[in-house]
Design a protein around this ligand. Structure first.
Ligand code: ARG
Length: 461
């Protein structure tokens, strides 16, 4: 049994002090310390409200504020001693305050429970973290738009099933990812609406008989609204789940970008060159330049998914009200946030330091019949039904296969034997450059549409 156990604020009810093993098992201080600024801000707002409601005096309020500010500064400076026997950041700060200012400190927890306190701290933390994620996502979007502006005119193969499909512009390819990261941003911003609701004043679960003014505390902390139901307020972690889900989706998009670029950076493709600053060598093979950063971005996505699954599973069997299982939420939420932050920053740096390699991309670009669909559409413009046009071009591709040539290298005669509607203007629709120039529909992967998209994102970002 540890002598430390004696110091707990609820010790009066116990017959013996807590066991050392139990102290170490129950603590969350090792990971919730990072909430200290939010915990202190929440306490100051709570104390202000208690003063307005005449539950504590103005003098007590100023002592509380002074004490908490000093504690905050001590923690900032790394001079604060965290005692694990205090369990968590809430009890550590309260104990330090009482030690500093005495009785006024003993009044701070009036009408409050750690249950609404931790829900408040987590909502404040998540609100700020969402702003950071949005900024990081925007930095990455800007890097992609810049790449599209600077090097977006390269005609490259677009793939489906990782087989050559239709030609696209390198800029349009970049813009596809800008869209994905925009949705990630929107998911975070949408989640923020449900994060930004104040639970403080819900107490342990049933609220309080004291005349607390929840609206007041909420407005001091910049919350536009308070939660409606005290029981739900202290047992709800949906806002954490939504945050980690938004993080998972962003991590998935990053992973897909990483996968593309790992392929594009191979000797076989050679479509891009990533700066040596973001490459690694091999301890044995002297020639190697490996895309380890991208592989790690891809790999780290799985740990964010793991955080999401852990959190979902943690919540599924919890009876109404607060249960200590929920303490573990922070590990998952913080870990997901740290992983995503690191991956987003890394991805933006890589995107800003990567070049397309036009000579490698154009090498063999006319192989693989990227212009086949455009030829079928040419036939459609000559009044051939699309299904028939598809078959005609299919046969022409088979002919090219045996002749080992491209569609543009077929003679007009060869084409006309399969379709008499084909004219000599057909050559304007063949070859990848012509195809890209001919894209006509909103959102297509061609020049006109790329220009429009760049103008759109320039306004937004
Ligand atoms: N450290 C706890 C957590 O993170 C604080 C809430 C504790 N509440 C309680 N009733 N034991 O969830």
């Amino acid at each position: 049994m540890s002598p430390k156990g004696k110091d707990k604020s609820w010790q009066a009810r116990m017959s013996v002090a807590q066991d050392e093993l139990a102290i170490n098992f129950v603590e969350s201080l090792s990971y919730d310390t990072r909430l200290y600024k939010y915990d202190i801000a929440g306490s100051i707002a709570h104390a202000q409200m208690l003063t307005d409601q005449k539950l504590i005096t103005k003098k007590e309020l100023s002592e509380i504020k002074k004490g908490l500010t000093e504690i905050s500064e001590q923690i900032d400076a790394g001079k604060f001693k965290f005692d694990i026997a205090c369990e968590d950041i809430h009890m550590v700060i309260e104990a330090a305050l009482i030690k500093k200012i005495g009785d006024a400190g003993r009044k701070l927890h009036t009408g409050r429970s750690r249950n609404d306190q931790v829900a408040l701290d987590m909502r404040l933390w998540t609100r700020d973290e969402i702003d950071i994620m949005v900024t990081l996502l925007e930095d990455l979007q800007r890097a992609l738009v810049k790449l599209a502006k600077d090097q977006g005119q390269v005609v490259m193969p677009g793939y489906t099933h990782l087989q050559r499909a239709q030609p696209i512009l390198s800029g349009s390819y970049c813009m596809a990812y800008v869209e994905q990261f925009q949705r990630d941003k929107e998911r975070f911003i949408d989640a923020a609406k449900r994060v930004n609701v104040s639970p403080i004043g819900s107490g342990a679960l049933a609220g309080s008989s004291l005349p607390l003014d929840r609206e007041k505390t909420a407005s001091l902390l910049g919350f536009p609204a308070i939660t409606r139901n005290s029981i739900d307020s202290i047992s709800d972690r949906d806002f954490c789940l939504e945050f980690v889900f938004a993080a998972s989706t962003a991590a998935m998009h990053l992973s897909r970008l990483a996968e593309d670029w790992i392929i594009y950076a191979t000797q076989e493709f050679g479509f891009i060159k990533i700066s040596d600053a973001y490459s690694t060598g091999s301890s044995m093979m002297p020639q190697k330049r490996n895309p380890d950063m991208l592989e790690l971005i891809r790999g780290k996505c799985s740990s964010v998914y793991g955080n999401l699954m852990a959190l979902m599973t943690m919540m599924k069997g919890i009876p109404a009200g607060y249960n200590r299982d929920m303490q573990e939420d922070k590990k998952q939420v913080f870990d997901a946030a740290d992983t995503l932050r690191a991956s987003l920053a890394m991805a933006a740096a890589i995107v800003s330091n990567t070049d397309f390699v036009p000579e490698n991309i154009s090498n063999g670009l006319e192989e693989g019949f990227l212009d086949a669909t455009a030829l079928a559409e040419y036939c459609v413009r000559k009044s051939v039904p699309f299904r028939q046009a598809h078959q005609i071009v299919g046969k022409l591709v088979a002919l090219c296969d045996t002749k080992k040539c491209t569609l543009a290298q077929l003679s007009l005669d060869e084409m006309q034997t399969l379709c008499d509607k084909i004219d000599k203007d057909v050559y304007n629709s063949l070859s990848t450059a012509n195809v890209v120039a001919g894209y006509n529909v909103a959102g297509s992967a061609g020049k006109k549409q790329l220009k429009q998209q760049i103008a759109f994102w320039d306004k937004i970002l």
